[in-house]
Design a protein around this ligand. Sequence first.
Ligand code: C2E
Ligand code: MG
Ligand code: MG
Length: 490
Amino acid sequence: MAAREAEGACEYRIRRPSDGELRHVEARARYEYDGSGRPLSAVGVVIDVTERREAELRIAHLAHHDALTGLPNRVLFRDRLNDALARARRNEGFAVLYLDLDRFKEVNDTLGHPVGDALLRAVTARLQAELRETDTLARLGGDEFAVIQASLDQPRDATTLARRLVEVISAPFLLDGHQMVIGTSVGISLCPTDGFDPDALLKGADMALYRAKAEGRGRWRFFEPEMDARMQLRRTLELDLRRALAMSEFEVFYQPIVNIDTRRVSGLEALLRWRHPERGLVPPDDFIPLAEEIGLILPIGEWVLAQACCDAATWPGAPKVAVNLSPVQFAGRGLVEAVAAALAQSGLAPARLELEITETVLLQDTEATLATLHRLKALGVRIAMDDFGTGYSSLSYLQRFPFDKVKIDRSFTRELGNSRQSNAIVQAVTDLCAGLEMTTTAEGVETEAQLAVLRRRGCSEAQGYLFSKPKPAEEVRVVLQQLRQNALAE
Ligand code: C2E
Ligand code: MG
Ligand code: MG
């Protein structure tokens, strides 16, 4: 019978006799047997594998932890979530809290990455101090953290924790001689109420966080099923909007602006409409905010500019055309070029184009914004301040740039004659503008009574349903003709 060989290996720990230290050892042996199975020899080695084991553990740790804070990363967080779900089947509820720091980016950008890193570590320490041994705190990336709050009796427990986390993070941090104040928003989903799988719970907490941030900073929100419905609606609207641009579903309507003394049309404002195949005519307030958020306002805005200039070039009597600009168009590049191109392609005289901006534009990066405004003005176009009185209503804005016109928001026009405050504000604006040689236009004029008050207050122009609603481009000629006849009949 042939001889036989066998191998074996095992790993175990020993306490080293010399110093009592715990070591990992691996023992390997080879055994030889004769034809009848009798053992002949055994050769073996015992290797100290402590260093290798520790290196392996370090690598495993790195794969599951965030190097900066030492916290579990996204991968380990998911594992822990699965563990929590397994326990939840035995009737133990838990909460998932998503945290996103407010103003962290500002600190990182102004004070530099080393301070930003130190801040993230300090945040970790404060969060950890609020949690129990059985909870899990993880860093999901950037300034995002997540918590699994274990064995939850009531949703109230999650509220209590969220409030504490918001409080500890909003207390000032002192690092490296810098004092800084940040904050955090929290989104919460509950197991089993909001779902029984990791994806549902993570998505729920994320949507709740999105809502908490949208409502202002330093807040917490629980997930609600309607958030899901809203998100889906938003996604649908986003897809719809992109399609609308490709399929030319946008139209520009025009509303006349009338000189109060002569009742003649001095210009028309271009107002965007979306002719949706199912929903009909959609007003701009329903889609411009989303178009701004996803950047689609840039191509849409360029299209409006080009269309309005082309339309205006054909109007009899050469009235001006006013186009609304979004703050996002100022933040992006190419605005001045787009305006110049619209003028060149349509052949419209620059002095006939008026660009309407809101106070929000002046809030962002003022130096760059003022430079852009001056470049636009150098093209020969006019600049108007729109919706004056709704935002920060600072009269000082009017002195920062030589606006050609100020449009008084329709909320003031509506209250004219009813509220002394509105009267006083309209008077203050018209007086200031007269001094600065700016035209004033009252928006939303619906009655002769309002027009009479505006005339007494020295307002120069009026726009509103009293003269005409915004009309499709094809109807502009008829509207202009009608208004001319009305003016002559006065
Ligand atoms: P806005 O620039 O202040 O435009 C005036 C708004 O007041 C228009 O609403 C107009 O239809 C409405 N209006 C005019 N007269 C009256 C009136 O007598 N009574 C009442 N109750 N309302 C009147 P619309 O067309 O829905 O536009 C809303 C806003 O959407 C505009 O406010 C403007 O901020 C924005 N918008 C419109 N078109 C564009 C565009 O092409 N680009 C950008 N970025 N924004 C646009
Ligand atoms: Mg406007
Ligand atoms: Mg307005």
